[in-house]
Design a protein around this ligand. Structure first.
Ligand code: ZN
Length: 297
């Protein structure tokens, strides 16, 4: 009797079935290896890559419910993440709009300054990937600083909460900091409209978790790394460390009460899973990780 496939690979798994044909030879190799060697983690690697997709510089941060005298932090990193799974790839977050990178300098966008030195597309070859070769793309939410690569991820299936999609593509877009011109390319993209949690590759290791409040369909990403342990990429659930330690809700959030409920639910998940939570815009934490590696396993 062949060794049981471990939870990391499941032949009836929808994620594998949806995998694009070009990845099948690799998949079959991985699956057959799993049959022989069974559940060694090395047989089913999961890798998280982290990229610099821009910087936002603030003069005042009071819009986030944090006083200007409470922290010296005024620069936010705008990260993009790539998840490579044996069954496919996921882009999580799309960075600043491409026009910012084209400007090649700080761009004034009152009340902030924006800068992007390299587009995601320019950085992906360093990991042997191309911007138009993702199986899936998902954003924590549709604010302009999270969806910059929208027009370049052709062919990827968009994983988005129904509430976020409805707000983003309404006849009249009313959510602050949604810029339909930036994400218009996603309007007719292949998509899965979500109403709650979604297991991206069917083995529980990469899961989209609804986290509404900042926007109607804000979501976070759970990634169960073998070496570094589980990580929650928290989108804009928090912007500053004070936001998390003191439960501060930005003025710009669409629903404050819902945000606080979401924060409680995600914090409980972090405890239950023994996970790290990454505040995505936390520049110091980002630089600290980058000083070691932008590759996480
Ligand atoms: Zn946001």
């Amino acid at each position: 009797m062949p060794a049981r496939l471990c939870g990391n690979l499941n032949l009836s798994d929808g994620g594998i079935m949806k995998t694009k044909l070009r990845r099948l030879p690799l998949l079959l190799t991985v699956v057959s290896s799993a049959l022989v060697v069974a559940c060694a983690p090395a047989e089913s690697p999961l890798t998280l890559y982290e990229f610099d997709c821009g910087v936002i510089r603030f003069e005042s941060i009071t819009m986030f419910g944090v006083g200007d005298d409470e922290t010296d932090v005024r620069d936010m990193i705008v990260p993009c993440y790539v998840v490579e799974h044996p069954a496919g790839s996921l882009l999580w977050e799309g960075g600043l709009p491409l026009a910012i990178a084209e400007a090649g300098d700080w761009v004034e966008s009152p009340p902030v300054l924006l800068r992007q030195d390299q587009t995601l597309a320019d950085q992906l070859p360093s990991i042997g990937h191309a911007i138009d070769a993702f199986d899936y793309v998902a954003f924590s939410h549709m604010h302009f600083d999270h969806v910059g690569a929208s027009s370049e991820v052709q062919g990827a299936t968009l994983l988005i909460q129904q509430a976020e999609f409805d707000a983003a593509f309404a006849d009249s877009v009313t959510v602050p900091f949604f810029d339909p011109a930036v994400y218009e390319g996603l309007r007719n993209a292949p998509r899965e409209l979500l109403d709650g949690e979604h297991d991206v590759f069917g083995d529980g290791r990469v899961r989209i978790i609804p986290a509404p409040g900042h926007t109607p369909g804000h979501q976070v990403l759970f990634v169960d790394l073998a070496e570094e342990g589980p990580v929650v990429l928290a989108g804009d659930l928090y912007h500053f460390r004070e936001s998390r330690s003191d439960t501060r809700v930005p003025e710009i959030n669409v629903d404050s009460a819902l945000t606080i409920m979401t924060m409680g639910r995600i914090e409980q998940m972090v405890i239950d899973e023994g996970a790290q939570l990454w505040i995505e815009h936390d520049m110091a934490a980002y630089l600290e990780r980058q000083s070691r590696s932008n590759v996480h396993r």
